[in-house]
Design a protein around this ligand. Sequence first.
Ligand code: LIP
Length: 277
Amino acid sequence: MRAEELLTIARSVAVTAGELAARRRSEGVEIAASKSSPEDVVTLADREVEALIRSLLADARPQDGFFGEESEADVGSSGLTWVVDPIDGTVNYLYGVPHYAVSIAVVEGGPDPLTWMALAGAVVNPAISEVFTATRGGGAFLGERRLAVVAAELPLALVGTGFAYLAERRREQADTLVGLVGEVRDIRRSGTASLDLCSVACGRLNAYYESGLKPWDHAAGALIAAEAGARVTGWGGAPASQDFILAAPPTLAATLETLLAGQSTHSRSLPAAPPVG
Ligand code: LIP
């Protein structure tokens, strides 16, 4: 199946799932459980939205694999895997901040960002009806508008980032930020990685970086940012992963990676975060 056909499925399912997420938000959100820490919660809506997405994708593409935040992975038999965050920006969603997203990507390969190749992705913010999409080699779009990153010199770069759910890790990430904040225009912390990556794609941010993301947080947004002209990378040209992701126009990305590598030397020597799943 061509990437455009896969994108049609991703977009349609993400929009439908976004409508359910927004409806549940308007009815009131209930925490179902906490995960890695009391701050790291899952809502009943997270689970319900992922179940809807999983069902719609199984109907459309029964042979494909599924890798979602709230349910068991399934490898499938087609060689394609759907990577899904039913509600990215869970804390924003819980607090009623209208900045959360349904993120759906389809990749060639299994559920490993170090080896998969993203083919198509959709990130939908239902609170403001924004639909970001991309296909590999086909460009990135916000609705029908083609997207392109906006370059900036480091001192004038607006840089997005995020923090972990573990307090000790947040302290180390804040230490890194102390060394960066005086070198750039300003920092933004939106709370939704997929939308941060889409913001780089459309110029609402010049750059975004974060450590500790799960694969479903960045699978679709990374493709959208790359198709808009961003360099999306891990450390030293490695694929983006839980270890580190940086998205920015190529020249700014190189400058930022050098600066962050120096700031993060200490934290990078910390043991790697526990494997996903
Ligand atoms: C969130 C990310 C965000 C990060 C948060 C959390 P979730 O994902 O989108 O960028 O800073 O710590 O990981 O938990 O809302 O799906």
